[in-house]
Ligand binder design. Sequence first.
Ligand code: OAD
Ligand code: ZN
Length: 243
Amino acid sequence: RLIQTLAEWLLEAQHTVILTGAGMSTESGLPDFRSNQGLWYGRDPQEIASVYAIKHNREDFVDFYRWRIKEVDKYKPHIGHHLLTRWQRQGLVQRIITQNVDGFHHQAESHDVIELHGSLRELYCMDCGHRTEAKRYLQEKGEVCPQCGGFLRPDIVLFGEMLDTQAIETAFAEARQAELFIVLGSSLQVSPANMLPMEAKEAGAKLAIVNLHDTLLDPQADLLIEGKVGEVLQKTDEWLNRK
Ligand code: OAD
Ligand code: ZN
């Protein structure tokens, strides 16, 4: 069985790196982006989640992120997030890299998580750099900087923006070190995150992908499990416990 193989590879590999996407959090209740019920389905993210939107469509931008911050606050990490934390403590997983901005790996107390796209935990002022908690966005005029009256934005990577250099460099270094690289719940359509699996593979890692639907890298995967992340991780954990 595929799950058994994943469990065996986890036990064998000296360095396992996990890359998660929005499919990691759908079982918590959050929608993903590119499925039929996803946030970007039938919608152009450039119009809402971009620097352009901050300039030309600010009201929709603030409404959208106010809603996102509220949504993320409504839900919490599921058993899958907690299992990754446990595997990390057991030495089965060396690094978690995520594209998610929900902060669920943090909430599940995983350590050294690389949040490639930032997080919705904090806002910062585009004018003076002042940082503050995201829940401020939920207040009226919450987007106005208390220090300088400038514009507060979520501390995430918007469309058309560069990723944090340190984060991306560490992520690529981890990928090159990996013996096993596991993708959990990502369509792998967004660069540069979607280049990490191939970076790992070219450096000799095995590539496993767990996803409900097709991803761009299915043909490159050494192990492909079509299923729900939370369920697959739970079944894998059962296998690990049998050993
Ligand atoms: P996508 O929505 O593109 O892909 C999520 C994938 O997860 C889809 O292929 C789904 O089929 C799959 N999926 C959904 N629920 C699942 C489950 N329970 N188990 C397994 N698979 C499941 O999301 P990402 O690949 O994360 O950027 O998208 C990458 C980036 O695009 C995001 O980080 C976001 C977005 O614009 C920012 O927020 C900056
Ligand atoms: Zn300010």
